[in-house]
Design a protein around this ligand. Structure first.
Ligand code: ZN
Length: 272
């Protein structure tokens, strides 16, 4: 599943090709995504230049003078830039044609993604209005995390994955950040000290920033018909490493279930 670093890498990969380009057509081959693609999208967008490509949480926001196109990659979505006459492959559901020459091509085998049109300030869109702060922004820090965790009996890992507290910390990065901060995923959120929150907020920021940096080497993969864009291999300290030795201390990484998700931790490096 594309997590925040992949979405930000996608934004950086496509943004230079989109900003300033004019949409000349929209081709919808399959509009049944998580929500139906607006049937009038071609009429809405044709003739409009893309003013900017921003990101909020895991939504890409293509800004036009008259509104914003929200794009979500869902479980399996990807974007790439191809010559407009490149034959579509299976699961290539939508093309935004740029200046009559290039297609921003949306592929999504599982169709859990979304492409939605919004008029007016996009921060008030129902999907965005209740979202918490961006993890890499100044609005998220140790104080935010400390306040959000007071009185919460839920585990710290589940709190981190709550979009009202902070956006874009999915299962992988929650596990990795808790390892770096030396905190067990199952610990009750309200038990965290302010010092814990300082280490954890710093770990979240550095791990996400490092992942985005790793994605930088794939930016050219967004152009052209071959390859798979935006998903880069990373090495993890604990995620997916059950029963393997910790790189720091050699203890075997443990796996537990929390909610519907797997959590991984080192019993020595994350004593509690
Ligand atoms: Zn360890």
């Amino acid at each position: 599943m594309p997590e925040l670093p992949e979405v930000e890498t996608t934004r950086r990969g496509v943004e230079p090709h989109l900003t300033g380009a004019t949409i000349t057509d929209v081709v919808v081959r399959e509009g049944r995504l998580r929500w139906p693609v607006p049937p009038a999208l071609a009429a809405t967008l044709s003739g409009l230049p893309v003013l900017a490509v921003r990101r909020r949480a895991k939504y890409l926001l293509l800004e036009f003078a008259s509104g914003t196109l929200l794009v979500h990659l869902g479980m399996s979505g990807s974007l790439r830039l191809v010559a407009a006459d490149t034959p579509p492959q299976k699961h290539d559901h939508i093309d935004l044609i740029l200046d009559g020459r290039t297609a921003l091509r949306y592929r999504d085998p599982r169709r859990f993604g979304a492409m939605l049109w919004h008029i007016g300030p996009v921060e008030f869109h129902p999907l965005l209005a209740a979202l918490g702060p961006e993890p890499l922004g100044d609005a998220f820090d140790a104080d935010t995390l400390y306040r959000a965790s007071r009185g919460r009996t839920t585990s710290i890992k589940q709190l981190l994955m709550d979009n009202h507290v902070v956006v874009g910390v999915g299962n992988i990065y929650a596990n990795e950040s808790l390892f770096q901060a030396g905190i067990r995923p199952g610990r009750a959120a309200r038990r965290l000290t302010h010092a814990d929150c300082e280490r954890l907020a710093a770990a979240i920021k550095s791990i996400l920033a490092r992942a985005i940096e790793a994605g930088g080497s794939t930016l050219r993969d967004f152009v052209g018909a071959s390859g798979k864009p935006g998903y880069f291999q990373q090495t993890y300290a604990v995620y997916g490493r059950a029963e393997e030795p910790c790189h720091t201390c050699g203890s075997l990484i443990r796996q537990i279930r929390q909610g519907q998700r797997s959590s991984y931790y080192c019993p020595h490096c994350q004593p509690w």
